[in-house]
Write a protein that binds this ligand. Structure first.
Ligand code: K7E
Ligand code: CUA
Length: 658
C-alpha cells in the first residue's frame, strides 16, 4: 500500500510538472525539478490516511492561494431565496447574491431604497414579499452559448422572476406573473435570450382569484409565460411579454429548444389526473392522487409562432398580461402535448437540439423524443385531443428510445462527447449513458456512480449550451446524513464535484450551509467580465447611471424643509461626513451617502443603531435610505467594513432632540 501511494504521488507530481511546462514561469516545474518530491508529502498522506484516489482528487481540486478557479457555478439557494456563486474546481463560495430575501452584508432590502424598490417589484397584491424559493438559474445566452452577461432565477413560491446583472453581481429587477401564484419551469432562456421562459407549478384560477376547488377543471388554469428581455435596458419588459394558457396540469420543468428545435419550448407535467386533494374528506393523499395515470403530458410549444400570434393581436389581456387562450393556441399550431411516462420531473434538450430527454420519477427509464419525429407527427396530424382540446401526439410516433437507468431518474446533463448523465434520486447515483442519435438501439446505459445522497439536479460545465465542456459535473444532493461534522438537525447540503473526463468520480464534497440548491449552471470564468469599481463617482447601481443624489467631497450638507430633512453624505477612509447629525423628534429623514473612493475593494458599510438599516456602499456608489426619527435619543452610526486601520473611528453621532 505504501509503495502504491508513493508511486501515485511521484506519477501525479510528474504529470502536474509536465502539465505546468506549457504555462510559463510560475509553475510547479521549477519546484519539482529543483526540490524533487517534497520530503514530507508521503508523511502527510500517511498521517492523514489518504488513499491514492484521495490524493488524486486533492490535486484535481486544490487551487493554490492567490490562484483563481476555472469556472463559476451559479446555484440556487432554494428557500433562502438567494443565488450562490461558487468557484470550480475549488468549490469555494464566492458570493451569496441576495435576490428574493433581504441580506445585510450586501445592504439588500434593509433600508437601501434602490434594492427595496427591486424587492417591491415582486410584491403580491399589498403584501411585501421578503423571501422566496429560488429554483432554476439561467445564464443569458447568445447563439445557444452562455455569454456571461446576465443570470435569471425564479421564485417558485410566488411566481416571480429576477434579473441579476453580472457586471456587479446584483439583482436589478423582480417581476411578478399577474396570473399565477407559483411557478417551477423557470427560468430557461431562448437561445438568444429573447425570452425568459416561466411555467406554472400549481394551477389556480387566473389571477389566483377565488373559485371553489370543485370547479377545478372549468376554472383553474396554468400558463407558460415568455418574459421579454431587453439587453440594452437590462430589464424584462412586462408589456412586451406574453403567456400561453395551458390546461391545469401541474407543469413541472421546462427547457428551450436550440439549433434544429430553436423556436420550440418543452415543459413536462404531472397531475394530468386533475386531482385536487381532500385527505380529510376521505380522498387519497396528493402523492397518490396525482400519480394514478401511466402517462402524463410533455407540453410542446412554439414560442416563435406565439410571438407572431401576439403581434397579430390574437390574445386576451388578463390582469395586464397578454394571454393566448387555449383554443387560439390550438388553432394556430402553438401548443401540442405528447404522452410521457408517469410523473416526469426533468426535461432536457440535447446540445444539438435534436432530442428531448424526459425522466420520470416513478419510471426507471429516461424517454427520448426526437424533434424530427415531433414535427412529422404534427404534419401528419397524428393526434387525438385531450379534454381541453389540445392535440396529444401519438406516443409511438414521437418517442425515439427509452433507456432503463435505475430508480428515480430526475435530471439530465450532457458532456458534448455523446454522453448523457441522469441523476437517480432513489438510487443515490449518477447514471452515465450513451446518446444514440437516430438509432434507438444505440442508446445504452454505460455505468452508475454512487453519490451521497438522494441527488436532485446535476450541473455539467457549460452543460445547457450547444457545446458543453465535459470535464466537471456537480451533483446537488438533497440529503447529507453522515458526510460532515454534525451541526444539529438542519444539515448542510452536499454538493459533490465529479470529474467526468473518464469514468465519473466524486472528487470533492462541499457542505453548503446556505439553502437548498435546486439547479445550477456552470460557466467558463473567462466569459464574465465583472467590474471592480462603479464607472463614475455617485453611481446608482440599479439605474446604472450617476445618481441625482451623488455628493462630491466638499458638498456634504444637511437640508431642512419643515420636518423634512435631507442629508448628503460622503464616505472615504476613514471618515463619514457629516459626522454629527442634529435632528428633532418627528423628522422624516432622507439620507444619501456617496462612497467617493475609486480604489478596488474600498467598500464602506453603514449601520445605524436603533434603525433597521444596513448598507453596502461600494466604491463610487451612491446609496439612499429614509426613516422617521420617531424616538428622541442619541445614536451612533458607523462603517461596518473594516476598511482601514482607523476603521473604528469611521463613525458619527445622530442626536434626536425631544
Ligand atoms: Cu428541486 Cu428543478 Cu425545482 Cu428537481 S427541482 S430536484
Ligand atoms: Cu469604512 Cu470602515
Amino acid at each position: 500500500m505504501k509503495r502504491l501511494i508513493l508511486l501515485t504521488m511521484i506519477l501525479l507530481l510528474l504529470v502536474s510538472a509536465l502539465a505546468g511546462c506549457s504555462k510559463g514561469k510560475e509553475t510547479p516545474t521549477a519546484v519539482v525539478a529543483e526540490g524533487g518530491l517534497p520530503a514530507d508529502a508521503m508523511a502527510i498522506a500517511q498521517e492523514r490516511g489518504l488513499t491514492p484516489a484521495d490524493i488524486n482528487a486533492a490535486l484535481k481540486t486544490f487551487v493554490p492561494s492567490g490562484k483563481w478557479d476555472d469556472y463559476y457555478m451559479f446555484t440556487s439557494g432554494g428557500h433562502s431565496g438567494n443565488l450562490i456563486v461558487i468557484g470550480i474546481p475549488s468549490m469555494r463560495i464566492l458570493k451569496n447574491i441576495a435576490v428574493f430575501t433581504p441580506e445585510a452584508w450586501q445592504g439588500y432590502g434593509i433600508g437601501d431604497l434602490g434594492s427595496e424598490a427591486v424587492l417591491d417589484g415582486g410584491n403580491v397584491d399589498d403584501v411585501k414579499i421578503r423571501m422566496g424559493d429560488s429554483h432554476h438559474p439561467a445564464l443569458s445566452e447568445t447563439a445557444g452559448d452562455y455569454d456571461g452577461q446576465w443570470v435569471f432565477i425564479n421564485d417558485k413560491a410566488s411566481a416571480r422572476v429576477a434579473v441579476i446583472d453580472l457586471r456587479d453581481f446584483r439583482t436589478k429587477q423582480i417581476v411578478k406573473d399577474p396570473n399565477i401564484i407559483s411557478n417551477h419551469g423557470s427560468t430557461f432562456v431562448t437561445p438568444n435570450t429573447e425570452y425568459v421562459i416561466q411555467g406554472t407549478q400549481y394551477a389556480v384560477p387566473m389571477g389566483w382569484e377565488y373559485a371553489p376547488i370543485e370547479n377545478y377543471k372549468e376554472e383553474y388554469r396554468a400558463v407558460i409565460t415568455l418574459w421579454k428581455f431587453d439587453r440594452d435596458k437590462g430589464r424584462i419588459i412586462p408589456e412586451e411579454s406574453f403567456s400561453i394558457e395551458v390546461p391545469p396540469y401541474w407543469q413541472d420543468l421546462c427547457d428551450a429548444g436550440k439549433l434544429v428545435s430553436e423556436g420550440w419550448g418543452f415543459c413536462n407535467s404531472f397531475n394530468t389526473e386533475l386531482f385536487t386533494g381532500g385527505n380529510m374528506q376521505g380522498n387519497p393523499q396528493f402523492e397518490s392522487g396525482v400519480s394514478q395515470r401511466d402517462m402524463d403530458y410533455l407540453h410542446i410549444f412554439n414560442w416563435k409562432k406565439a410571438a407572431e400570434v401576439i403581434a397579430a393581436g390574437k390574445y386576451e389581456e388578463i390582469n395586464g398580461m397578454r394571454v393566448i387562450r387555449i383554443p387560439t393556441a390550438v388553432e394556430e399550431g402553438i401548443l401540442y402535448l405528447a404522452p410521457e411516462p408517469k410523473s416526469p420531473h426533468g426535461v432536457d434538450v440535447t446540445p444539438d437540439g435534436k432530442y428531448i430527454v424526459v425522466a420520470g420519477k416513478l419510471d426507471p427509464h429516461v424517454t427520448v423524443y426526437a424533434m424530427n419525429k415531433i414535427e412529422q407527427a404534427i404534419a401528419d396530424k397524428k393526434w387525438a385531443p385531450d379534454e381541453f382540446g389540445v392535440p396529444v401526439l401519438d406516443f409511438d410516433s414521437v418517442m425515439l428510445a427509452q433507456v432503463e437507468l435505475g430508480l428515480g431518474p430526475l435530471h439530465t446533463q450532457f458532456d458534448g462527447q455523446g454522453n448523457a448523465y441522469t441523476s437517480l434520486f432513489l438510487d443515490s447515483a449518477l447514471a452515465k449513458w450513451k446518446l444514440g442519435g437516430d438509432d434507438p438501439a444505440a442508446y445504452a446505459l454505460l455505468e452508475k456512480t454512487p453519490v451521497q445522497y438522494n441527488v436532485g439536479h446535476i450541473a455539467a460545465a457549460e452543460g445547457d449550451t450547444v457545446s458543453p465542456d465535459g470535464k466537471y459535473l456537480v451533483a446537488l444532493n438533497k440529503w447529507a446524513l453522515d458526510r460532515f461534522l454534525p451541526v444539529g438537525p438542519l444539515l448542510p447540503q452536499n454538493l459533490q464535484l465529479m470529474d467526468i473526463t473518464g469514468s465519473p468520480q466524486v472528487i470533492y464534497d462541499m457542505a453548503m450551509g446556505v439553502g437548498e440548491p435546486h439547479y445550477a449552471q456552470i460557466v467558463k470564468a473567462d466569459k464574465l467580465s465583472p467590474i471592480n469599481v462603479y464607472p463614475e463617482i455617485g453611481w446608482d447601481p440599479i439605474e446604472w447611471k450617476v445618481s441625482e443624489f451623488a455628493t462630491k467631497a466638499g458638498e456634504e450638507r444637511i437640508e431642512r424643509d419643515g420636518n423634512q430633512v435631507t442629508i448628503f453624505s460622503t464616505s472615504i477612509r476613514s471618515h463619514l461626513t457629516p459626522d454629527r447629525i442634529e435632528l428633532k423628534q418627528g423628522d422624516h429623514v432622507t439620507w444619501h451617502i456617496t462612497n467617493i473612493e475609486t480604489a478596488h475593494d474600498a467598500v464602506h458599510g453603514f449601520q445605524l443603531g436603533g434603525q433597521n438599516v444596513s448598507l453596502s456602499i461600494e466604491p463610487s456608489a451612491t446609496v439612499s435610505f429614509e426613516f422617521d426619527a420617531n424616538n428622541s435619543g442619541t445614536y451612533a452610526y458607523y462603517c461596518t467594513e473594516f476598511c482601514s486601520a482607523l476603521h473604528l473611528e469611521m463613525m458619527g453621532y445622530m442626536l434626536v432632540a425631544p
